[in-house]
Design a protein around this ligand. Structure first.
Ligand code: ADP
Ligand code: GLC
Length: 490
């Protein structure tokens, strides 16, 4: 056996989203922050992203590196190098205007429908990732590891597996197993993958072609974004059909909890707040509450508990549970502030609530990064009743902002929030409120428990400070990824 190399591995990190250039959810936050944290540990890392208009407009120092001709997905594809604004993380951009230069979002058109050519768009991202991990790469940068994220990059491990010659090892990270990139079997024929891989032992999923299954099957290692979710997905219902494969590969499946970008999410220096504050002096938080109330048309009451939500408004996120308990909840002296977009029916439910409770319910149905920071600061309590949550970031942001979260005991929520009870108050670990099962009743009761604590200023202060002083930085998780890379790199 070859001796283990002592140098750090070189890593190509492939992601369909990266903050601050393009974001629909937490994957972008991870794509922006994890590579920066790995770089601080001495890893030579580059991030491969599609050349959406926002990426081309926002990336720094763009230069052309090479051109690929006659790929199955496109005649001409330019590969650009650039750097990420802020951290300066090196980027590689897949520039293919027919596939990526358009309005709308990364996955959907302006009306919210999936782009009809998503299979081709993300097969290309995966293909370039694989080409750069293989012997024939035109770059001098030769990654030891190709680290893929979600279905949009999940064909790379399959392409690499069937590529001849020396090649990178692959890591496939699951951020959300509910999204699998499933396409009709004809799409498979266009990829050039060998027919034998269109099989139950491969990329086939009940007669269709599953990008994610290909990644899970062919990657050298699978990770997901919390240890609890890593266990949950090996079984029904959260395995979403992949539980058999994941249980079979469990020795190659690790849960590593996400961190947060402690610079972007720092109440002491956050430019989006009306006033900054820190654990030692929370006075500024009252000004942020007032600013949030003004912004969302809520009554300017400093004492009324203000419950905040920032979320995709979906069944996964349990927003229907909130709508179900809202009338009962709003009988009490509370205000609700909501920021989110999602399923039309649930969005309309919240619109009706705003009308029915003027001054008590305020919402922005849309996406607004700046407001999300003010919400974390201005709310008193943060609600996250997700039915499942691979990791979740807002519950960590809210703890950092002294806004204790109310969460369902699932996935990363279970791993990052410590329920307040006599024992955890005594050992100064209590940082929020945790409930199970994910029912309206249990959620309502848990909010009741949180409101009781809110009205005891001493207890509330302790819970706030416990959360604010926890270490959610990326350092520890980045070290876990580095150890994993090293174990795959021989
Ligand atoms: P998910 O990726 O499943 O949506 P996460 O909790 O991991 O959930 O991450 C969501 C990220 O997206 C957080 O950074 C959150 O603040 C942000 N976010 C979600 N909805 C909105 C919105 N409507 N406006 C601004 N930021 C949002
Ligand atoms: C997904 C998950 C979320 C996780 C994020 C980043 O969007 O739904 O729980 O925090 O990815 O890993």
């Amino acid at each position: 056996m070859a001796a283990r190399k002592t140098r750090n591995p070189r890593v190509l990190f492939v992601t369909p989203e990266i903050y601050p250039l393009i974001k629909t959810g937490g994957l972008a936050d991870v794509g922006g922050a994890l590579p920066a944290a790995l770089r601080e540990l001495g890893v030579d890392i580059k991030v491969l992203v599609p050349g959406y208009p926002k990426v081309l407009a926002g990336a720094k120092n763009i230069r052309q590196r090479c051109v690929f001709h006659d790929l199955p997905e496109a005649k001409v594809v330019r590969l650009l190098s650039a750097s990420l604004p802020g951290s300066g993380v090196p980027l590689l951009i897949v520039d293919c205007p027919p596939l990526y230069q358009r309005g709308g979002g990364p996955y959907q058109d302006p009306s919210g429908a999936d782009w009809p050519d998503n299979a081709r768009r993300f097969a290309l991202l995966s293909r370039i990732g694989a080409l750069l991990g293989g012997e024939a790469s035109p770059l001098t940068f030769r990654p030891d590891i190709v680290h893929c994220n979600d279905w949009q990059s999940a064909l790379a491990p399959a392409f690499l597996r069937f590529m001849p010659g020396k090649k990178a090892a692959t890591v496939m990270t699951i951020h959300n197993l509910a999204f699998q990139g499933i396409f009709p079997p004809q799409v498979f024929d266009q990829t050039g993958l060998p027919p034998e891989s269109f099989n139950m032992e491969g990329a086939e999923y009940y007669g269709n072609f599953s990008f994610l299954k290909a990644g899970l099957y062919y990657a050298d290692h699978i990770t997901t974004v919390s240890p609890t979710y890593a266990r949950e997905i090996q079984d029904e219902p959260l395995g979403f059909g992949m539980q058999g494969l994941l249980a079979q590969r469990s020795a190659r499946l690790t849960g590593i909890v996400n961190g947060i970008d402690a610079n972007d999410w720092n109440p002491a220096a956050d430019p989006h707040l009306a006033r900054n504050y820190a654990a030692a002096d929370l006075a500024g938080k009252a000004a942020d509450k007032r600013a949030l109330q003004e912004r969302l048309g809520l009554a300017p009451d400093p004492d009324i508990p203000l419950l905040g939500i920032i979320s995709r408004i979906t069944h996964q996120k349990g927003q229907d549970l909130l709508l179900e308990i809202a009338p009962r909840l709003l009988d009490k002296p509370v205000q609700i502030a909501l920021l989110g977009t999602g399923e039309a029916e649930l969005e309309n439910g919240f619109r009706r609530l705003i009308q029915a409770y003027p001054g008590k319910v305020g919402a922005l149905i849309g996406f607004d990064e700046g407001l999300s920071h003010l919400m974390e600061a201005g709310a008193d309590l943060f609600l996250m009743p997700s039915r499942f949550e691979p990791c979740g970031l807002n519950q960590m942001y809210s703890q950092r902002y002294g806004t204790p979260p109310v969460v369902h005991a699932t996935g990363g929520l279970a791993d990052t929030v410590v329920d307040a009870n006599p024992a955890t108050l005594a050992d100064a670990s209590a940082s929020g409120f945790v409930f199970a099962p994910p029912t309206a009743e249990a959620f309502y009761a848990c909010i009741g428990r949180a409101l009781d604590a809110y009205h005891d200023k001493d207890i509330w202060n302790r819970i706030q400070r416990n959360g604010m002083t926890r270490d959610f930085s990326w350092q520890k998780s980045a070290e876990d990824y580095l150890a994993l890379y090293k174990s795959l790199f021989q």
